[in-house]
Design a protein around this ligand. Structure first.
Ligand SMILES: *Cc1c(COP(=O)(O)O)cnc(C)c1O
Length: 381
């Protein structure tokens, strides 16, 4: 029996473990040297002036929205083909999400649909670098400039990705990263805000820490804030993981290449389409099944032979709590609605072996061939 293939898996080594146990022994468990070290290492890695460590990617997004002053009576363009946190960060502040459709090739925001949906209330664009693929930044930039919109980059799936040779995190007014265990690197729970704007960074720091000011006293709170701090164990793990991030990204790239090579020859799926001016930071490996295949049947078939898979993404505008908001019940996003029924994330992680990729692909081929034979037989009967 071969080992069960997991959907995702963390890459934790002895050095990571030493980093965390070292903090626990030191007794300084919150908001100390390791936070500062992680922040400056991340700022260096990404080429940004300011990096602020927080408790999650969702907290990072919320603090950016809050610090940009986005709230009631304002709207923000956002894809529906994303993780719910991109949209919830807007709802927390009472802002209205305006769902925009995506480019079917890259699965990122469609700039033409963005332009179409701007209203006088629109204050910002929430860009999502879906599955580790940078969005159409040139088009989004010129649109935002012409229309006077702020840009928030939800780069929670794209740490280390590049657009025309520039790392994400420098693009837009501020960017959010996440370190949940299924991401490219992990701190357990954790996130980071990056920006080149000093004032914005200072506000994020204050809101993260109960509204305290940088030099302020422990019980002086100029504004209402949150406890979105990162603990020192997480920060130490972050430093250690960041150290080997490029190595992990290269391993993930190789796994993606293996999938590409094995899957490229089949006509019942599309593999990810990667333009030459971008560098992926592979978060997950997502294929798009042909329209005549039932994704649910494929997933069930895979599950029966012990291969996990996920229906990434389930569009946000189709979630019950969003549909109950004014004007959302009948919202149609043709590309999102069609793609979201057919996309399938395959098992994918840094340490995945060639034999495991082979096992997943041959299972997928078997399942699809069986489904196709069954439907052929049905049609003949
Ligand atoms: C993971 C993720 C987040 C949030 O991350 P958490 O750390 O789990 O809060 C936000 N947006 C996107 C697109 C993500 O994939």
């Amino acid at each position: 029996m071969e080992d069960k293939i997991p959907m995702s898996s963390v890459d934790i080594d002895a050095r990571d473990i030493r980093a965390v146990t070292g903090v626990i022994r030191s007794g300084n468990l919150s908001f100390g040297k390791k936070n500062a070290e992680f922040e400056s290492a991340m700022a260096d890695y990404l080429g940004v002036k300011y990096a602020v460590a927080v408790s999650s990617g969702t907290a990072a997004l919320h603090l950016i929205v809050k610090s940009l002053g986005i709230g009631k009576g304002m709207s923000v363009l956002v894809p529906s083909f994303t993780f719910v946190a991109s949209v919830n960060a807007l709802l927390y502040e009472g802002a209205t999400p305006i769902f925009v459709d995506i480019d079917p090739r890259t699965m990122t925001l469609d700039p033409v649909d963005c332009l179409r949906k701007i209203t006088p209330q629109t204050k910002a664009i929430m860009v999502v670098d879906t599955f580790g693929q940078p969005a159409h930044w040139d088009e989004i930039y010129s649109l935002a400039k012409k229309q006077g919109l702020k840009i928030i980059d939800d780069s929670c799936e794209a740490l280390g990705a590049q657009y025309h040779g520039k790392k994400l995190g420098q693009l837009g007014d501020a960017a959010a990263f996440a370190f949940y265990p299924n991401k490219q690197m992990t701190t357990g729970e954790g996130g980071m805000v990056t920006t080149n704007n000093a004032e914005l960074a200072a506000l994020v720091r204050s809101y993260r820490n109960q509204g305290r000011d940088a030099m302020g006293q422990w019980l002086v709170h100029p504004r209402m804030g949150y406890n979105y701090r990162m603990d020192e164990m997480s920060a130490a793990l972050g430093v250690s993981q960041l150290h080997k991030l490029d190595e992990m990204l290269a391993k993930r790239e190789r796994v993606a290449q293996m999938y590409h090579e094995k899957l490229g020859k089949y006509d019942w799926l599309e593999t990810p389409s990667i333009p030459s001016h971008i560098k992926m930071s592979w978060f997950v490996y997502v294929i798009t099944l042909a329209e005549d295949l039932s994704r649910e049947a494929v997933m069930e078939g895979l599950q029966k032979i012990g291969i996990p898979s996920r229906a990434y993404f389930s569009p946000v505008h189709q979630q019950a709590y969003i549909r109950s908001l004014p004007g959302m019940a009948n919202l149609k996003l043709p590309v999102t609605d069609s793609l979201a029924k057919r996309t399938l994330a395959l098992p994918f992680h840094t340490g995945m072996k060639k034999t495991q990729v082979h096992q997943v692909v041959s299972a997928l081929v078997r399942v699809v061939e069986k489904l196709r034979n069954e439907s052929r037989r049905k049609r003949a009967a």
